[in-house]
Design a protein around this ligand. Structure first.
Ligand SMILES: Cc1cc2nc3c(=O)[nH]c(=O)nc-3n(C[C@H](O)[C@H](O)[C@H](O)COP(=O)(O)OP(=O)(O)OC[C@H]3O[C@@H](n4cnc5c(N)ncnc54)[C@H](O)[C@@H]3O)c2cc1C
Length: 309
């Protein structure tokens, strides 16, 4: 299982595969399970369906590691327009983006400028923006970036990964700025010098960090979203919250579009905050490979599409 996960994560970065695999029809068909379509309208339509179950969404326009600043500006403009559209349509959708999509590898100053414009627009539209977290080489700068943004904006959130040893310290260090955190296990292939190697260790750390956040929820103006499809872990978080007498509506879970839909609806029915992250766009290949790596059994699903043709 470990080997296939590594192969899929390697494939997510392979240039030849990035250029060729998305062209196959059977891959395009399989990706629809995790992505309602390539346009903002597809993602907004999918949101309208989810809202029937009281499930709002977060939208991410797929694309990472762009090659020049003109592409960064284009990506930022996309989000700017999206925020305006969400505002006009009065629909509960937040946005989340990767800093590499708006120039993080090319110019820190430009990325600050573009992100600030997006945040300012979001503020005017009464909306929130989350920063995705990428592989560990970006974590220092992403946290520095987040803290700087948080000085002037309260509508910004950050994703942190429970598989990293450092995350506990990062959280402690951030508590005095009342952070808004989306906690995930982590999707990249990290060495054991920086990340827990075994699932049980990652799960254990996720739960410890979640318990810490729950203890802080009533004391501070923080927002925390437990972003996992791990039902056992969700259950432990629910029980811990009940023991602390935290009402369900103050506990937020987030999950990805197309994964464990029934459980997402159940969480909403139980009165928890549940928000679904929907990714859309043409640049879905590396993102899709990471989704397959999270559950290599999904590859069987892809192959079924080959033979059903
Ligand atoms: C809202 C949200 C935002 C995220 N943002 C980031 C981010 O910014 N940076 C980052 O590194 N990671 C991000 N992730 C991904 C995250 O790090 C994990 O890789 C992913 O959520 C899988 O871990 P899990 O917590 O679901 O637990 P796992 O233990 O991996 O999975 C639990 C169970 O869920 C099911 N499952 C999990 N993934 C899949 C899948 N792809 N297909 C089908 N079934 C699946 C399986 O049945 C599995 O047994 C995000 C995840 C979510 C939900």
């Amino acid at each position: 299982m470990m080997i296939s996960r590594n192969i899929l994560l390697w494939a997510s970065k392979n240039e030849w595969m990035t250029g060729h695999i998305p062209n196959y029809n059977f891959v395009q068909t399989a990706v629809k399970r995790f992505m309602p379509g390539e346009t903002p309208s597809d993602a907004i339509d999918a949101t309208s369906e989810l809202l029937k179950f009281n499930i709002p969404t977060t939208l991410t326009h797929l694309g990472e590691n762009i090659n020049n600043l003109a592409e960064a500006e284009k990506a930022a403009e996309h989000y700017y327009n999206l925020l305006e559209r969400i505002y006009q349509e009065k629909i509960d959708i937040e946005i989340s983006l990767k800093l590499t999509q708006i120039g993080f590898d090319l110019s820190l100053d430009k990325t600050f400028d573009l992100f600030k414009q997006i945040l300012q627009k979001a503020k005017e539209c009464d909306n929130n923006v989350f920063i995705d977290i990428e592989d560990n080489s970006y974590v220092d700068n992403t946290i520095m970036f987040y803290k700087k943004m948080k000085l002037n904006f309260d509508n910004v959130g950050l994703c942190l990964q429970a598989y990293l040893y450092r995350t506990k310290d990062d959280i402690m260090e951030m508590m005095d700025i009342d952070p808004c955190i989306r906690l995930v296990k982590g999707a990249y292939n990290e060495p054991d010098t920086v990340a827990f190697k075994y699932k049980a260790e990652v799960d254990d750390n996720f739960f410890k960090l979640s318990k810490y956040f729950l203890e802080q929820i009533e004391k501070r103006r923080i927002r925390v979203a437990f972003a996992t499809h791990d039902i056992e872990l969700q259950q432990k978080i629910k029980v811990a919250a009940q023991k602390m007498e935290i009402p369900n509506e103050k506990v937020e879970f987030q999950m990805l579009y197309g994964i464990k839909n029934r459980e997402q609806i159940r969480l909403a029915k139980e009165g928890y905050n549940i928000r679904t992250l929907i990714s859309y766009g043409k640049a879905w290949y590396p993102w899709y490979m990471r989704r397959l790596a999270e559950r290599p059994a999904n590859v069987v699903f892809v192959l079924k599409n080959v033979f059903s043709k």
